[in-house]
Design a protein around this ligand. Structure first.
Ligand code: BGC
Ligand code: ZN
Length: 364
């Protein structure tokens, strides 16, 4: 079968490869599920892997099949599979357990190991292929009503984890009812964060670079949120009118924005950092002021990465709610379909140069 692979460590090594079709017997204890891949989303991580800035091949292989945002249909199941039947739509989690205590209790997304295992990213092959096999323990069901937007499961799970962790942390407040949120960045994660916060009836002000008319800004408004270009209004300027912010979700990919946001968080507020910033940017910040306000205001800032099966299952619920509450909204995120695995060069070109793309995905 066909798959899209790279040679990790070698710049722009993306290529199409012929590999054996996997079998459910590769998974122990009759728990294997064979999934026919329908769509796979791609993001900046895939671009970085092809740029040889990130990613590692599985031990013993000199190539890595990429793709970590899966969506497919179950074709065959092992004899002990209980939760799935052929024909079910599914998405697979990305992280696999390492050795730390957290890995051992099923929270591999919270692994404290130095090196981790992630399908399509680090030391495990990914999903940009015609088929993959997985243990049923790493698969979440995608409701039929969400099949058109099922490829958004993985990014949604990332956002769900971040927001859920915020609520977990805020249990320290005994009664925390966030009313106003700011979302920094209106890429896929920022838009999905806006959606999830709006599903919880939280007021959202989202910020991006572009000025209206701007598709992503309109998408925010369709959810009943507000959109500002930072050229017109900064987070700080918005605070008087729309803040103080109980929650800020940072998803710009720019660490400077993350630290600017620390200055505009309300008392008892929580700032969620999701940007993976591989660069070497340095930012000057008023550290005394920020530190003082964090201390006197009992504020929290935390980082969040990856997600586990629980987050995927919650993502399926949120996607279902969004499909009924905001009909057609999620479909608008699927801006750039790539027709077939053979079109891997188009896929990379879009990742490198398409400014108006929200979600680029391969129709396998
Ligand atoms: C993926 C996450 C992963 C992270 C770090 C992101 O692009 O969506 O699942 O944990 O990269 O490798
Ligand atoms: Zn990703």
């Amino acid at each position: 079968m066909k798959a899209i692979a790279v040679a990790p460590g070698e710049k722009n090594s993306i290529h199409l490869r012929d590999i054996p079709k996997p079998s459910i017997n590769e998974i122990a204890a009759g728990c294997g599920v064979l999934v026919r891949v329908l769509r796979v989303g791609v993001d900046a991580t895939d671009k970085e892997i092809n740029d040889a800035e990130y990613g590692a091949a599985p031990e013993g292989d000199d190539y890595l099949i990429i793709g970590h945002e899966s969506f497919g249909v179950v074709e065959e199941i092992g004899e002990n599979v209980e939760r799935f039947s052929p024909g079910d739509y599914v998405a697979a989690t990305v992280r696999r357990p390492g050795d730390s205590l957290y890995d051992r209790i099923g929270l591999s997304d919270m692994s404290s190991d130095e090196e981790y295992y992630e399908r399509g990213i680090n030391r495990l092959h990914g999903f940009l292929a015609e088929y993959f096999v997985e243990s049923e323990n790493n698969l979440a069901k995608v409701p039929g009503a969400c099949r058109d937007v099922g490829v958004l499961m993985e990014p949604t799970s990332i956002v769900v984890k971040g927001i859920r962790q915020a609520f977990e942390i805020q249990r320290r407040m005994q009664i925390w009812q966030p009313k106003r949120a700011a979302v920094m960045g209106t890429g896929t994660l920022g838009l999905l964060a806006t959606m999830i916060l709006r599903l919880r009836d939280i007021d959202v002000v989202a910020f991006g670079l572009d000025q209206m008319p701007y598709k992503n800004g309109e998408l925010v408004e369709q959810l009943g949120g507000r959109y500002f270009s930072v050229k017109d209004k900064t987070l700080g300027e918005s605070k008087e009118q729309y803040g103080p912010y109980d929650l800020i979700f940072e998803a710009t990919g720019n660490s400077g924005v993350a630290f600017e946001a620390t200055e505009h968080l309300g008392k008892n507020g929580v700032l969620i950092l999701t940007s993976i910033t591989g660069g070497e940017r340095k930012t000057e910040i008023p550290s005394d002021k920020i530190n003082l306000e964090f201390v006197l205001g009992n504020k929290v800032m935390f980082g969040t990465v990856s997600s586990n099966l629980t987050h995927f299952q919650l993502a399926a619920k949120d996607l279902s709610h969004a499909v009924s509450q905001f009909p057609g909204w999620l479909n608008q995120l699927l801006t750039h379909p790539v027709k077939g695995l053979e079109e891997y060069e188009t896929m990379i070109r879009l990742l490198e140069s398409s400014n108006d793309a929200i979600k680029i995905f391969v129709e396998v």
